[in-house]
Design a protein around this ligand. Structure first.
Ligand code: GLC
Length: 609
């Protein structure tokens, strides 16, 4: 419901500007000199950091997810003004007095981030509502007919400045989130027409809005300690690049702050390559974003902005999986906190940060300065690497107490981080290296093993092994996608963060899918396919194991969630056991619709006799 609202609002925002021609595709940084050529140097600290704090704090924090006694769904509480369709004047009248920052202490925030092992911080200097926690000198910010002014720091203070200074004092990098949308400014692309009535039929002057953006960015970049990141939000096909006067801003920004990083949201699309940093929001791209630096921003509960009724806190385990998966795919993890109107960070968030800090105090060397895992997947967790070292982050200890690493090159020695004296036993077999974990690991999970290796890691295709209960789960993540006609992994999205990764865009019969498997037990196995029914995705596939085949016909079906389907049975003989070449393959017999349905997994379940 909420999602639909957000999407439809974006639709409205876009529709208000039909007069603007679609932008031409941009060059990185709009081709402005000084950016591309200094990129590697500017990116250095970011590539080392891997972990940062996002802070959403503004008038919406005072609404806390409700308006006029009505609770709005917890996602994106910073959008409350749009959800409840409140014009800026009453919005400011109700919320300004509540935004007291009475418990706010910038040094405490910086300490929380530092103790958690975070290396940088991005704070919302101004969100879509148009109010800012930095003291802007722009005439519209100082006084205007709509809300009387947009600066919301209590008298005599500059909350933004206090935060930037406190984080810098701790040795962390500090940057500003800055909204390109503005629901209040009469000259923005959407402010007047959507939330604020426009009885005089005022025609927005976008040139004046561009100038306002330029002057405010200049204030952020020149009035405070260094501005390490300008984190813009966000563009659409209709409004991107030059819509914001990007060239002028970029030309001067790099002079004001020669080391600054700018994210990619001056342009449309979270994964677009214009700018220094790709910004997937609430989802991890299934195969990372090769060829660019990127950062996943994620929430601890559902919302970025504070919502009093958002109690859906992620567990420590879940948060760590998101964090390490992101780093193992080559990204940075920007974990959000949403302080309330008094400046208090929710206890649940503090607890989570403290637990992460405890883990980081032992394991941070497996995070800082690491690069993406050399392995496609490993079934016990995730891996990261540095020159001469591999790190194995073990979330799920296998039943036999060993982890298999699909690596053919030698491991010189391996130990658990925090226990360097206790060397682990390593054996080799066809599947790679088998590392014996110590019995009864009493530390904080995930446990991390560091392995010293010689040269580049030599990876072998990993085999999917039976789980404790004898089942074999072939997921899209551990599939080999063969063919170059479009077949690819499709994953979660911002508005659907919990959907599984799946094999998708399967439009050509020459593409196919393979899993190498290792079955420990002979006998009959039931084959279950998990897929996403879709009326436009029809056709027939064959599932093959050796000479055995099963067919699955996908007919026109509606439905919007991944579904299990029993397909039939495979017989595994004694000879198949331990056979290194045993494979399950999927082939397309015919594709009638636009594509075959997305397939997220195939599970073989032993049939008990
Ligand atoms: C968005 C949102 C927003 C949030 C953010 C974080 O697109 O509109 O509320 O601040 O990006 O990534």
């Amino acid at each position: 419901m909420n999602i639909i609202k957000k999407i439809s609002l974006i639709g409205i925002l876009a529709a208000t500007s039909l007069s603007t021609k679609a932008q031409e595709a941009s060059l990185p940084y709009e081709g402005v000199a000084g950016w591309e050529e200094t990129k590697d140097k500017r990116m250095e600290w970011f590539r080392e950091a891997r972990f940062g704090m996002f802070i959403h704090w503004g008038l919406y924090s005072a609404a806390a997810g409700s308006w006029d006694g009505k609770q709005y769904p917890q996602h994106y509480a910073e959008w409350i003004q749009a959800w409840a369709k409140v014009p800026s004047k009453p919005y400011a009248e109700v919320l300004k007095p509540k935004f007291t920052a009475s418990k706010f202490n910038a040094d405490e925030w910086a300490k929380l981030a530092d103790d958690a092992g975070m290396k940088y911080m991005i704070i919302t200097s101004r969100h879509h509502e148009g109010f800012s926690i930095f003291n802007s000198k722009q005439p519209f910010a100082l006084n205007n007919d709509i809300t009387g002014g947009t600066n919301i720091s209590p008298d005599g203070r500059d909350l933004y400045g206090e935060i930037i200074t406190a984080f810098h004092k701790k040795g962390l990098k500090a940057g500003a989130y800055y909204s390109l949308l503005d629901w209040q400014h009469p000259d923005s692309y959407e402010g007047v027409s959507y939330l604020n009535s426009n009885p005089t039929g005022y025609q927005p002057n976008h040139e004046s809005y561009k100038n306002f953006l330029y002057e405010q960015v200049k204030e952020l970049a020149t009035n405070y300690d260094a501005l390490d990141v300008l984190w813009l939000d966000f563009s659409s096909k209709k409004h991107q690049g030059e819509s914001w006067g990007t060239k002028r801003i970029l030309k001067d920004l790099i002079k004001w702050q020669p080391n600054i990083l700018v994210n990619n949201r001056f342009w449309d699309g979270l994964e677009n390559k214009n700018g220094d940093i790709g910004t997937p929001e609430k989802y991890i791209p299934p195969t990372g974003l090769p060829g660019m630096d990127w950062e996943v921003s994620h929430t601890m509960n559902e919302s970025y902005g504070y919502s009093a009724h958002d109690k859906n806190w992620k567990s420590f385990d879940k948060t760590m999986r998101l964090f390490i998966e992101t780093v193992s795919k080559g990204g940075n993890f920007l974990l959000n906190v949403g302080p309330d109107a008094e400046g208090a960070i929710p206890d649940e968030a503090k607890k989570l940060l403290k637990d992460i800090g405890t883990w980081m105090s032992v394991n941070s060397e497996a995070i800082y300065g690491t690069t993406a895992s050399p392995f496609q997947t490993v079934d016990w967790g995730y891996s990261t690497q540095k020159k001469g070292k591999l790190y194995f982050h073990v979330f799920d200890i296998p039943a036999d107490g060993n982890i298999t690493v699909p690596l053919s090159s030698a491991i010189k020695q391996a130990h658990i981080l925090g226990a360097p004296k206790q060397k682990l036993q390593i054996d080799s077999d066809l599947a790679g290296k088998i590392i014996q974990l110590p019995e009864g690991f009493g530390g904080q999970m995930p446990l991390v093993i560091v392995a010293d290796i010689e040269g580049e890691p030599q990876v072998i295709q990993s085999q999917v092994q039976s789980q404790k209960d004898g089942r074999i789960v072939l997921t899209a993540n551990n599939a080999q996608l063969v063919g170059n006609n479009g077949i690819k992994l499709i994953g979660a999205t911002t508005h659907n963060p919990n959907r599984p990764n799946a094999v998708g865009s399967w439009t050509n019969k020459n593409d196919h899918v393979i899993w190498d498997i290792k079955i420990q037990r002979p006998g009959q196995y039931e084959v279950i396919l998990n897929y996403l029914p879709n009326e436009k995705h029809t056709g027939t596939i064959t599932i093959k194991m050796g000479s055995q085949t099963l067919n699955q016909v996908f007919s026109t079906e509606t439905g919007n969630s991944f579904t299990d389907k029993k397909v039939g049975y495979f017989e595994v003989t004694q000879q198949d056991i331990g056979d290194a070449a045993l494979q399950i393959q999927l082939h397309a017999d015919n594709i009638q619709g636009e594509a075959l349905p997305e397939i997220s997994s195939i599970t073989l379940i032993p049939v008990s006799k």
